[in-house]
Ligand binder design. Structure first.
Ligand SMILES: [Zn+2]
Length: 437
């Protein structure tokens, strides 16, 4: 399979560090407010990546952090007159609820900064020892120019970066490009470090987490395109400084979401929170909307896209309903281990989900035909749809019926055949109430 690697800007054959294993890290949320649907794109995308590797038989270890120490959290705490821990706990809980509601909870490690402060101190101390970092008046900065490939991920050279950095001249730093690993602070919740009181810089936590969980190197590092620079560039620089190797072999970046062609913002009133979206629509609908575009490209969220996704979702759901009736009446089972070559061909090409959605619709058409013919081959086609839906994180009702349900259905068929319409109507409403039709 090939993955588009943002580090080299080309599709590359995926070769894991350890055979049949995948290690994956995705930058998690800063927990100071509720997440919006734009934040859900990486969550949904990398959940699909996780599930596809599982489908292929890989053992996947997936970690994603919580940035629970940050000046934004301190600001939210002051604004609401509560503690930073209360802010962080509240939004971590809300986030985990969102992940569960969207069926994206397959994360093995969810490290928090608050639990990793000693590791962060160790990490920064090592960078200071190796002369890649320096202390100035309680702050610690990273010496960017010591990294010869700095800018490799975002395709910028030091000269370009320097001209962009001059505007924010900071007297304390040796060089405008240097970034903070530790910042002196006495506002709100601060921590005692070897350099005095303050809070850690955001760029360090992810590298420290990857060090702790994966021994400093992973197969895939993911995140939104907006994190490429400076966050991911700075993660690479710190790993290079400490270990003299790249942090991740493959960097995957998802595009952002616009709403009606505009960037989401509170002032434009197009800010859709994940928890609100799901009240009106479903997880299936947002996932289909997201997968109809390739993950690397920007996605324009419109009412037309939503309608189209609802339509696709209904088509899949109805076709499976028909297949499920046949399966229950004939005492058959779906095959959840079925492999589908066409699906794999699309997914192995850098997770080409737009093609997968089109292919799903072809399968749905085929399935409807087979259901009409009462053809037992429908079990195979329905199984493929179910397995593919599962990788995309789409859920459909394929409950197994009990004897009473089967009997009820047979009675309905009989009443229809005997043209006993009154009885048939009664049985029909019973079946619909049980959601069997
Ligand atoms: Zn990160």
């Amino acid at each position: 399979m090939v993955i588009y690697n943002s580090l080299t800007d080309q599709k590359e054959e995926f070769k894991p560090i350890n055979e049949k294993k995948v290690s994956m890290y995705v930058c998690g949320p800063t927990v100071y407010n509720y997440v919006h649907i734009g934040n859900m794109r990486p969550v949904i995308t990398f959940d699909m990546v996780y599930k596809y590797f599982k489908y292929l038989g890989y053992e996947v270890t997936y970690a994603s952090n919580f940035t629970d120490v940050n000046y934004k959290i301190t600001k939210a705490a002051i604004d609401n007159n509560i503690t930073e821990r209360e802010v962080a706990d509240k939004y971590i809980k809300a986030y985990l609820e969102d992940l569960a509601r969207y069926n994206c909870a397959n994360i093995d490690y969810r490290p928090r900064v608050i639990d990793n402060l000693d590791n962060i101190f160790d990490f920064i101390s090592k960078l200071i020892e190796k002369d890649y970092a320096y202390v100035v008046d309680g702050d610690v900065y990273f010496r960017v120019k010591k990294i010869k490939d700095y800018g490799i991920l975002s395709n910028q050279n030091i000269l370009e970066l320097e001209s962009g950095a001059r505007v924010e001249v900071d007297d304390k730093k040796e060089d405008a490009l240097d970034f903070a690993l530790w910042r002196k602070s006495d506002e709100g919740e601060v921590f005692k470090s070897p350099w005095g009181y303050g809070i850690p810089g955001w760029h360090t936590e992810c590298v420290v987490m990857i060090d702790g969980i994966f021994n400093g190197k992973i197969d895939i590092h993911g995140g939104g395109i907006d994190l490429k620079f400076p966050h991911h560039e700075n993660e690479i620089a710190q790993c290079m400084a400490l270990h003299n190797h790249h942090l991740a072999n493959y960097w995957m970046h998802n595009g952002h979401i616009n709403v009606d062609g505009e960037k989401m913002s509170k002032s434009l009133n197009n800010f859709i929170l994940a928890k609100d979206f799901i009240k009106e629509y479903s997880a299936n609908v947002i996932k289909i909307s997201i997968f109809k575009s390739h993950y690397r490209f920007p996605l324009n969220f419109t009412s037309e896209l939503l309608e189209d996704s609802i339509n696709i979702d209904n088509k899949i759901s109805n076709a499976l309903k028909g297949a499920n009736i046949y399966r229950n009446l004939n005492g058959l089972e779906f095959d959840f281990n079925i492999k589908d070559d066409i699906f794999e061909k699309y997914m192995n090409d850098d997770f080409n989900t737009p093609n997968v959605i089109s292919y799903l619709l072809e399968l749905v058409k085929k399935l409807n035909g087979l259901v009409r013919e009462n053809n037992k081959d429908l079990i195979k086609v329905a199984s493929s749809i179910l397995v593919i839906s599962d990788v995309l994180g789409l859920t459909y009702n394929i409950d197994k019926w009990n004897d009473e349900d089967i009997l009820l259905y047979r009675e309905w068929l009989e009443a229809r055949e005997n043209k006993d319409f009154e009885k048939a109507d009664l049985l029909r409403s019973k079946l619909s109430n049980k959601n069997l039709l």
